[in-house]
Design a protein around this ligand. Structure first.
Ligand code: NDP
Length: 615
């Protein structure tokens, strides 16, 4: 049990660690892989193939060939819309799993619910948490199964998308000279697709090899994404900058072969137990009855909500976090009363208790401190060098940063070739021609791996490189200048027949991003199917419906992860606080569970409330 005195002491330590890390420049501390770093953005995985520009018409054009484009394409094909085009700057499908082929990449959510369309494609994941190549292969499987390679444009960046008032179509141009039209467009470019580099002075002067984790150079390191050892590193001194979810996965792999590995840490991640295991085909055959994946996905949402689920089918690190908070919050409440509250909350679509009351917040804090004490104790038990162990202990609330799960990360620091260089929250001081400087000491290396993450806060146009020009010449970046405004996270007034497939103002479910996509895909297929059957030319939300939806989103209580006493990170606007613009990026006040229930009822009603269809 944690005593009250301990709690105050722990919170004081958290506050001191946070203060070290707050930077007035917030998100502006990072730099892009462009200009002098443009070469680092090149695609190392697929050769560029010359092709003729296209100048045709398709029914539906989708920007982004990651899971969003694939699942929407699949559902549209099922709804009878055959003329579908994916466009992506990558050389193939897969989105984040196309780019992130770093060694050790795996999903952090159980594959049974993370891989979409398992039932439709008849695929069984090989493990509870599968490797990146298996996820990429599944994306390719979806593309083949639904014939989504047909008409797809890869290694192609959209330059402009403009609504043509007279023809009532979108005109799309690209950097490869394509100039075509589409009746419908959707953008599904993902929340984290623009790699960023830390703004460390001298970074451009380094004379050795360097690359970002999303552009892994296996020619240099040897090995492959399937886990073959990186045998070309046996005589190399390697530095990794970044210890987030990516660093946690690739560092143990680098430690296996590098002559010397230096891990430069600004903030330690919280690293909990992974407990991976193969999926038993016999067991799978038993559970994979019709409708199984939807049941599993729904069960996950239920377990992540504030209610009292009857069972936990998924049983992963995420549902464990949720269960712990729930049990603490329920305390001595009789089970019958807890179930009654859950039922009433569902009936009224209310905010999950976990977000709404002060006593639940207090329970959250207690359970969180207990959990973080366990995580710190695990570091101490696994990492042999006490000095290293001390620096690997995260001192913040677990949901301030993306929780990590690994059984390989902490033991990697016991290898003689692996050194943690903790920067006490300051980051790497300087990069020189030959290495990295921390605390005045130069660490000479042959290679720097940037596990420094992806842009999160940048505005739409900056992030995607294009803008939508809607009715009357209005740009989407202008429409969203004061923050996101949508109906259901999906539709924008003034942008007919356009969909934004993203999770804000919707379920906002970070623990299983594909679920947001699967649900939006069902909505899009229903709407477009209806429009095509009835011969409508345009679909658009009213501004009144959009405003009402945005006002609803603004009632969402700030969740635990946005807490102002959190250590900074991209989950909390780098500690810069929560203005209305940022609050508009939240999800439904009823949480993911509330949103999915709302939108399922909206789809069932079939009257498309808030949307105008015109001939
Ligand atoms: P993150 O943004 O989470 O991590 C970036 C890391 O770089 C942090 O440790 C950060 O430190 C560090 N850093 C930044 N600047 C400096 C500097 N100047 N000096 C030293 N260190 C610095 O990026 P990731 O790629 O790790 O993860 C991004 C997201 O991608 C995850 O949150 C997750 O959503 C997703 N992801 C999912 C995976 C999965 O599902 N399997 C696997 C990997 C990623 P600090 O913490 O102090 O800012």
């Amino acid at each position: 049990m944690t005593t009250v005195l301990d709690k105050a002491d722990i919170k004081a330590k958290y506050a001191a660690e946070r203060a070290k890390r707050l930077r007035p420049e917030g998100n502006d501390q990072y730099q892009r892989l462009s200009g002098k770093f443009a070469a680092l953005a090149a695609d190392p995985y697929t050769p560029y193939i010359e092709r003729e520009p296209v100048a045709d018409h398709v029914t539906f054009a989708f920007v982004g060939a990651g899971m969003s484009g694939l699942v929407v394409g699949a559902r549209l094909k099922e709804a009878g819309i055959d003329s579908f085009r994916l466009i992506d700057k990558a050389g193939g499908v897969g989105g984040t799993w196309y780019w992130n082929r770093y060694p050790g990449a795996r999903c952090d959510t159980a594959a049974m619910i993370y891989l979409p369309l398992l039932e439709e494609t008849g695929y069984m994941p090989s493990e509870k948490y599968v490797r990146g190549p298996e996820i990429l292969a599944h994306c390719e499987r979806i593309a083949r199964h639904y014939d989504l390679y047909d008409k797809a444009l890869f290694h192609t960046e959209v330059s402009s998308i403009e609504w043509q008032e007279d023809a009532r179509v979108w005109r799309i141009t690209t950097n490869r000279g394509d100039d075509f039209t589409a009746k419908y467009v959707a953008i599904g470019t993902g929340p984290l697709h623009v790699a960023k580099l830390p703004g460390i002075p001298g970074i451009e002067t380094f004379k050795g090899k360097s690359f970002h984790t999303s552009r892994w150079d296996y020619d240099y390191t040897g090995g492959d994404a399937d886990g073959a050892p990186m045998d070309k590193l046996t005589d190399k001194r390697v530095a990794v900058i970044g210890t987030g979810a990516t660093g946690v996965q690739c560092i143990p792999q680098l430690a296996k072969t590098a002559k010397q590995l230096y891990v430069f840490q600004r903030t330690p991640s919280s690293v909990d137990v992974r407990n991976n295991h193969p999926i038993d085909p016999e067991w799978f055959a038993g559970i994979a009855t019709p409708g199984w994946q939807k049941r599993w996905m729904d069960n996950f949402v239920e377990n992540m909500g504030g209610g009292l689920p009857r069972e936990d089918l998924i049983n992963d690190g995420w549902t464990a976090i949720s269960r712990r908070i729930r049990e603490k919050a329920l305390g001595n409440t009789p089970l019958w009363l807890a179930r009654l509250v859950t039922r009433m909350r569902k009936a009224f679509n209310a905010a999950p208790a976990a977000q709404s009351t002060a006593w639940v917040r207090a329970a959250f804090e207690d359970s969180d401190i207990e959990k973080m004490e366990q995580i710190r104790a695990r570091v101490e038990a696994v990492v042999k060098d006490p000095h290293t162990a001390e620096h690997l202990k995260p001192r913040y609330s677990q949901l301030c940063k993306r929780p990590c799960f690994s059984d390989e990360y902490l033991p990697a620091y016991n290898a003689a070739n692996t050194t943690l260089v903790d920067t006490d929250g300051k980051g790497v001081e300087r990069i020189t021609e030959t290495g990295l400087v921390v605390g005045g000491k130069l660490y000479e290396v042959d290679c720097i791996v940037y596990a420094s993450g992806f842009e999160f806060g940048a505005n739409f146009q900056l992030k995607t490189g294009f803008d939508l020009k809607g009715r009357g010449g209005q740009m989407l970046s202008e429409y969203w200048a004061e923050g996101l405004q949508t109906l259901h996270g999906l539709h924008m007034h003034g942008f007919p027949n356009a969909f934004a497939v993203q999770m804000n103002q919707g379920a906002n479910m970070v623990s299983n991003i594909p679920h947001n996509i699967v649900d939006h895909a069902a909505t899009i297929a229903q709407i477009v199917g209806h429009a095509e059957r009835k011969g409508y030319a345009e679909i658009e939300p009213t501004q009144a419906a959009v405003t009402e939806w945005v006002n609803l989103i603004l009632t969402t209580p700030l969740s635990m992860i946005t807490s102002s006493d959190c250590t900074p990170g991209f989950w909390n606007n780098e500690g810069q606080g929560w203005n209305e613009k940022f609050r508009r990026s939240q999800g439904h006040p009823g949480g993911a569970e509330g949103f999915f229930r709302h939108i399922a009822a909206w789809r069932r009603a079939g009257d498309f409330a808030g949307l105008i269809f015109s001939k």
